[in-house]
Design a protein around this ligand. Sequence first.
Ligand SMILES: NC(=O)c1ccc[n+]([C@@H]2O[C@H](COP(=O)([O-])OP(=O)(O)OC[C@H]3O[C@@H](n4cnc5c(N)ncnc54)[C@H](OP(=O)(O)O)[C@@H]3O)[C@@H](O)[C@H]2O)c1
Length: 340
Amino acid sequence: MRVLVIGGTGFIGAPVVHDLDAGGHEVAVFHRGLTETPLPSHVVHIRGDRADIRDYTAAFKQFAPDVVVDITPMVEAEARAAVDAVRAVGRGGAAPRFVAVSSMDVYLTYGRLHGTESGAPVPTPLTEESSLRSVHYPYRGKVPGLERYEKILVERVVMSAPDVDGVVVRLPMVYGPRDRQCRLFDDLKRMDDGRPAILLPEGLADWRASRGYVDDCAHAVVLAATHPRARGRIFHVAEPEALSQEAWIRAIAEAAGWSGRIVRVPEDLLPPAWRSPIDPHHHWEANSSRIRAELGFREDLPRFQALQRTIAWQRQHPPAIDARRFDYRLEDKVLARVAS
Ligand SMILES: NC(=O)c1ccc[n+]([C@@H]2O[C@H](COP(=O)([O-])OP(=O)(O)OC[C@H]3O[C@@H](n4cnc5c(N)ncnc54)[C@H](OP(=O)(O)O)[C@@H]3O)[C@@H](O)[C@H]2O)c1
């Protein structure tokens, strides 16, 4: 197949391109040229800004994709522009399949977890039919640059566009090499600094959330792009078991070779700055049986190895460190209070 990947050079996009290439597909990537990474030399690069994506229809038509994978649709208008730009660029002017990468933040659980919506915990594990948030724009006023981010509206555009064969893949928290969010870093740094213990707010220790290794999430996107049965479907992807926060830190510790203790800190001993901004009664765990049953998805690497690869990359690429987040004298004091 011929696959156009919008945003195919980043953390998730590049593994999607490698996976497609390994599967014998012809790939073109559309991006500005600011994020480069080694890709197979025969991958076609169409360089441009998605803000002007409608101007690139002729270039897309020349490539004539059977499928378009949009890795980074964040905003309703961006999704609409991307769909408009590619709706007739397939062979003979046909509409290609359009796969949008979405997120598990669409679920009502996410709104309740972050306090933008109230109510009792939603039954988990979540399925693709679980309730969605009713309050839109989850990062408005919280994360600069994401004021108009809303995957619910992106999904609606893609799944309702006439003449377009829309498919949606909702990703969990993704970890792996090149993760700019550096999801493992805070715990790994403490382990590598030889800390005797990692302190965990008691309420958070049992909170469960779905995660996925980047190459597995990329493979899920590739199945959504190429599998005949994916047509018109929404899938989420997640490791089979959503680990609790404590079990997740323990898994990182095993892969990192750290044998310290994970200590639960009762709420009344927590310094105010350590109080969790989320309500951990709302587990963010997903049942991934649909993509396994319908598309034959399965993980390639055991989690231990996936974590080892992530840790090796993270050790070589530490982010800028905010020293206030690693106040070991304060941590020692809290540890002493918990022990007494
Ligand atoms: N990471 C997670 O845990 C997670 C969880 C759920 C969902 N997701 C979803 O995964 C996606 C992120 O994928 P990623 O991690 O691969 O992103 P990324 O690392 O930020 O890469 C962004 C890609 O888009 C291109 N790009 C950025 N701005 C562009 C523009 N204005 N015009 C054209 N191309 C542009 C970049 O290339 P240039 O810089 O060269 O343009 C690059 O190829 C998002 O849809 C996100 O919601 C992620």
